[in-house]
Design a protein. Structure first.
Length: 292
C-alpha cells in the first residue's frame, strides 16, 4: 500500500514539475506571476483532445505540435499586451495576465461548452507490475516526458544563444541591453517558452484527467508551491520539488484523508520559506534584482 502510494505520488509530482517549469521561468525572467498559466495549460489539454479525436494522434507523440501552438499564443500575448504593461509594475502585470487567462478560459467555454471530454488511448488502463507496484503506462509516459523536458530546458538555457540571453536578462536587464540583448524579444520568447511548457503539461494531464475549461486551475497553486520549494533558477530542482510535493500529498491522503492536499502544499511552502527562503535548490540568477 505504501509503495503504491509513493509510486502514485512520483507520477503526480512529475506532472506538477512540468506545470511548474514554465511558470517558474516566466516568474524568474519577467518578474511576474503569470495568472494566465492555468489557462495556457487548459488550452494545451484541448489541443490534445482535438488532435486525438479528429486526427487520431497520440498526445505523447504530438507534444511538439501542441507546444508550437502554445508558443505562438504566449509569444503574441507578450508582444501585443504584456510588453505594453511590463514597466507599469507588478500590479498591472497581474491584472493583465489575469484578464488574459479569463479571455482564454471563456473562449474555450464558448467553443467547447463546459462539457467534460476525455482523451482515450489504446493503452489507457494498461499497466505493468514491478515488485507488486502497479505502474500505468500513461503515468510512466508522463514521468519520462518530465525528465526529457527538464533536461531539454536545462540544455537550452545553458547551451544556446537565446538561452544565455534569457539568463543574462534575468540577472540584469540593463546590463543585458548594453551588450546587445534585445530584451523585449527575450521577454516574448520567454513567455512563449513558458506557455509551450504549460501546453505540454496540459496535453499530458489530458491523458489522466477529464478535459474541461477549468482543468488548469488546481495546477497553478501547485506550480507556485513547486517554484517556491525548488527555488527559482534550478531547472532540475523543479523536478525534485514536484516529486516531493506529489509524494507528500499522496502520503497525506493515505494518512489523514483526501481533504488536506491543499493544506499539505501550503504547509510545505510556509515551512520552506521559514527555513530556506531561496528554496531547496535556488540560485541567484533567477532571483537577482533586475535593472531599471
Amino acid at each position: 500500500m505504501v509503495a503504491q502510494t509513493i509510486a502514485s505520488g512520483i507520477f503526480l509530482g512529475a506532472l506538477y514539475a512540468i506545470s511548474a517549469l514554465g511558470f517558474s521561468l516566466v516568474w524568474g525572467v519577467l518578474g511576474i506571476v503569470n495568472m494566465a498559466h492555468a489557462s495556457f495549460l487548459t488550452l494545451g489539454a484541448y489541443v490534445a483532445f482535438l488532435v486525438s479525436a479528429h486526427l487520431g494522434w497520440d498526445p505523447f507523440l504530438s507534444l511538439p505540435v501542441g507546444m508550437a501552438v502554445l508558443f505562438v499564443v504566449g509569444y503574441l500575448s507578450q508582444v501585443s499586451l504584456l510588453n505594453r504593461v511590463f514597466r507599469s509594475g507588478l500590479a498591472m502585470s497581474l491584472i493583465a495576465t489575469f484578464g488574459l487567462g479569463l479571455v482564454v478560459t471563456y473562449t474555450l467555454m464558448l467553443i467547447f461548452t463546459a462539457d467534460f471530454r476525455g482523451v482515450i488511448l489504446p493503452y489507457t488502463g494498461a499497466s505493468t507490475t514491478v515488485w507488486g507496484v502497479i505502474l500505468p503506462y500513461t503515468r510512466l509516459g508522463i514521468l519520462a516526458a518530465a525528465v526529457i523536458m527538464v533536461i531539454g530546458l536545462s540544455v537550452f538555457l545553458n547551451r544556446t544563444k537565446l538561452g544565455l540571453s534569457i539568463q543574462a536578462t534575468s540577472l540584469n536587464r540593463d546590463a543585458a541591453q548594453l551588450v546587445g540583448v534585445n530584451t523585449p524579444r527575450v521577454y516574448a520568447a520567454t513567455m512563449g517558452i513558458g506557455a509551450a511548457i504549460a501546453g505540454a503539461a496540459g496535453m499530458l494531464a489530458s491523458v489522466v484527467y477529464s478535459v474541461q475549461p477549468y482543468l488548469g486551475d488546481p495546477f497553478i497553486s501547485r506550480a507556485f508551491a513547486v517554484t517556491v520549494l525548488a527555488g527559482m533558477g534550478s531547472v532540475g530542482g523543479t523536478l525534485v520539488a514536484g516529486i516531493l510535493l506529489g509524494v507528500a500529498e499522496s502520503l497525506g491522503v493515505l494518512v489523514i484523508g483526501p481533504g488536506y492536499q491543499e493544506a499539505i502544499a501550503s504547509g510545505m511552502v510556509v515551512l520552506i520559506l521559514l527555513l530556506r527562503p531561496t528554496g531547496l535548490f535556488g540560485r541567484q540568477f533567477f532571483a537577482g534584482v533586475k535593472g531599471g
